[in-house]
Design a binder for this molecule. Structure first.
Ligand code: ATP
Ligand code: MG
Length: 714
């Protein structure tokens, strides 16, 4: 089949308009990704462009892998060039260029787990505890500072001692933690996820020759899911396309779901202002979903006020209603879903065609219990991601020791299994390393004969690392892994402890390494492998098994499944109780839109009564009532009282949202639902409250901006 066959007119335009700035804006399931994929094949097959001159960016590794597979079949070549996420692309650039920053090619990439262990070290050294800070808030702080401060100057243009004095002389604790973190990172040449793109931008901005090299190399650049790019990703796309001026972007503003992480829908909306020559292509046929699913999703998303109206016409003919089921308990909701799945199975559908989507990880638990009981195989694509599980991480740290011998890995595994290197001896090593400006591993090596290390198995540990250091380049990865598992005693430790789950996970890791060896061809060295998986999430696990797929909606972005269950549709869960502004509520509704539009043949919505963790009652979600009833088939009618209460609750909640957006001012007269009439006499921004003098109270009260206050007069 030709590349253009089976595409509609707009898609063909998108494929053959190869030159210049092109933007495709279109709704869910309208064939954007398909157009982008075929465009790649067109460039290669019809125009003779080399795959190494095309950059194609997608949002998840899973989407990138799927795209690679499709493109491989179309171009009949295994070499697909740069099809990856922004992170993945940056790793490739850094592998070639990071030496200009005096970093080694084998720099390490650290994930949240590693960041946590660095923070752990910092906490210990600074004598902090969880009362002072929590790790998530610190990670947020670090990310935020990295996005606004020229911190790379601190990392790159200061030596160890200068960086050290930055945290020793810090003005406050937050600064101290931040610089201390940078110091720990630099010590082991470790880059976290934020650094990847920042380092690349820094190199491009400061090394014109390198920038030009990449600009010239990448003749065509394409980006999927453009509605969710952040400022740095946009900048990278802009820089890279600034030589050949070929940038093709695709997206759906209604599917922006990463604003909370800095995504800005404006970049796709204002693309034609930034590039006045840009051509815009719209697509309005939906090929994925049945008319009821398309209509239900459309009717939901039109409830957002800040959006551009789009028309989406369903192409599928067969139609069954979207089903909504309300249950009395979470257990019953899970049982209902299990029953539906069994029915689908009996009618000959494969479990792989079924996905269960939810707002937050914790929802999966009740389903897992029922699925185990009912013998329904399932795979979870979230929770603790595969490569972040303890045992996997431990083993990867062993492998990292062989390549980098960095402090993070060392701290994690030197005493695992026990080698008698406990706190006291670690403190000794740290002190030595600090004094001599060396790594902990080197500290251990240099002091092996010291009294304090006599009664440990330090020698055996060093022998292990050194042995594999000299031979790993000649070994197959799978052999290396088995060797290390054996020689370290790690596998034996799990066996002794009877940790079957963890052993199963190790078996899975071995399997994945086999597959990697088979597929990777030449790029199969240990450092390559380590770099690659540090970008991985569980989303990339293999999918061959016959199992229902469970995942959060964020993880389902860009994917499609014939049968989709969206569960836990309750106020306080979805929308999440953390939503406190109209903008956030609109993002939440877009998330529901993404969820509903993943379905091809049938969509099932469900909720259940009960109480949330904070004690609030679980009403059915507004995202059910936002869908016109004509498109929904209720399995049971809701009780009138419940509907009444729910509407009342939602109404109150919406007012609160508006309240937090539309602010009152000093001297306004208001009415509080309990305290009655009063006058705003001040604002307390620190605690986001009005100071109000109520008519029947002697003293003022501070009332949160979030509470709805009826405006009487100004
Ligand atoms: P999303 O916004 O969810 O990312 P999308 O716009 O990227 O969706 P695709 O995933 O490309 O949509 O396509 C949706 C489905 O429609 C896929 O199964 C695809 O194979 C199919 N499809 C796309 N274009 C056509 C077409 N012209 N004819 C028939 N089927 C098509
Ligand atoms: Mg898509």
């Amino acid at each position: 089949m030709g590349i253009l066959d089976g595409l509609n007119e707009e898609q063909k335009q998108a494929v053959i308009t190869t030159e210049g700035y092109i933007r495709v804006i279109a709704g869910a399931g309208s064939g954007k990704t398909r157009a982008l994929t075929n465009r790649f094949a067109y460039l290669v097959n019809e125009l003779g462009i080399s795959t190494s001159n095309i950059l194609c960016v997608t949002f998840t590794n899973k989407a990138a892998n799927e795209m690679k597979k499709r493109i491989r079949t179309m171009i009949g070549d295994n070499d697909t060039g740069y099809i990856s996420t922004f992170h993945g692309f940056c790793v490739q650039v850094l592998k070639e260029e990071i030496h200009v920053l005096n970093y080694p090619k084998n720099f390490i990439i650290i994930d949240t787990e590693d960041v946590n262990s660095i923070l752990h070290t910092i906490f210990e050294d600074m004598g902090l505890n969880s009362r002072n800070y929590t790790f998530p808030t610190l990670i947020e702080m670090i990310t935020a500072r990295k996005s606004r401060e020229p911190y790379l100057n601190d990392i790159l243009n200061t030596n160890h001692d200068e960086l050290k004095s930055k945290f020793h002389d810090a003005r406050n604790q937050e600064d101290a933690i931040f610089y201390r973190y940078l110091y720990e990172q630099k010590k082991c040449f470790a880059l976290d996820f934020d650094d990847l793109i920042n380092f690349v931008l820094y190199i491009y901005e400061n090394h014109e020759d390198i920038r030009l090299k990449w600009q010239q190399k990448l003749e065509y650049i394409m980006v999927d899911e453009f509605q969710d790019v952040n400022v740095r990703q946009y900048k990278l796309a802009q820089i890279l396309s600034d030589y050949h001026h070929n940038l093709f972007i695709v997206g759906d503003p209604d599917q922006t779901i990463y604003s909370w992480r800095g995504a800005r829908v404006e970049y796709i909306l204002n693309f034609d202002t930034d590039y006045p020559s840009a051509k815009t292509i719209t697509m309005d046929k939906n090929y994925r979903s049945t008319p009821n699913i398309v209509n239900a999703s459309n009717s939901l998303i039109t409830k957002n006020k800040k959006r551009i109206e789009k028309n989406l016409v369903p192409m599928k003919q067969v139609d069954i209603p979207v089903i909504y089921s309300h249950s009395k308990t979470t257990l019953m909701e899970a049982e209902w879903i299990a029953t539906q799945i069994k029915t689908l199975q009996e009618s000959g559908r494969s479990l792989r065609e079924i996905a269960i989507l939810y707002r937050a990880h914790f929802i999966s638990r009740s389903f897992e219990e029922i699925f185990i009981k009912e013998n329904i195989p399932y795979t979870i694509y979230s929770g603790i991601e595969f490569y972040k599980r303890k045992e996997i991480k431990d083993v990867l740290c062993y492998l990292r020791m062989i390549v980098n011998a960095d402090d993070i890995s060392f701290t994690r595994i030197v005493n695992l299994p026990k080698r008698n290197i406990g706190e006291r001896r670690m403190a000794f090593l740290k002190e030595y390393a600090e004094k001599n400006n060396c790594s902990l591993y080197m500290a251990l090596q240099s002091n092996m004969e010291e009294e304090i290390l006599k009664k440990t198995q330090a020698k055996a540990f060093i022998a292990l690392v050194e042995k594999y250091k000299t031979i790993y380049e000649e070994m197959k990865l799978s052999e290396l892994l088995s060797g290390v598992l054996n020689a370290s005693g790690y596998e034996a430790l799990l066996r002794t402890n009877g940790e079957q789950d963890r052993l199963d996970n190790l078996a899975e890791l071995k399997q994945s390494i086999f597959e990697y060896e088979r597929d990777a061809g030449e790029e199969c060295s240990l450092p390559d492998y380590l770099n690659r998986i540090s970008l991985y999430t569980n989303l990339d696990q293999k999918e061959s098994t016959e199992a229902v797929q469970l995942m959060t909606i964020h993880n389902a972005k860009g994917l499609e499944f014939p049968y989709v269950f969206v569960c836990g549709l309750n106020e306080g869960i979805f929308p999440s109780k953390h939503v406190d502004t109209t903008d956030k509520m609109e993002e939440e509704r877009r998330l529901a839109y993404v969820a509903y539009t993943r379905a091809g043949n049938a969509l099932f919505l469900s909720d259940s009564e009960g109480v949330n963790y904070d004690g609030s009652y679980r009403y059915p979600s507004r995202f059910i009532f936002n869908v016109e009833k004509a498109y929904l088939n209720y399995t049971v009618e809701l009780e009138e009282r419940l509907v009444g209460d729910t509407y009342f609750y939602i109404d109150q909640n919406e007012r609160k949202l508006d309240g937090s957006n539309q602010r009152l001012k000093v001297d306004d007269m208001i009415r509080h639902s309990v305290f009655g009439k009063g006058k705003i006499v001040g604002l307390n921004e620190e605690i986001s409250s009005y100071v109000i003098q109520f008519d029947n109270m002697e003293t003022t009260r501070s009332i949160s901006f979030k509470i709805h206050l009826e405006y009487l007069e100004g």
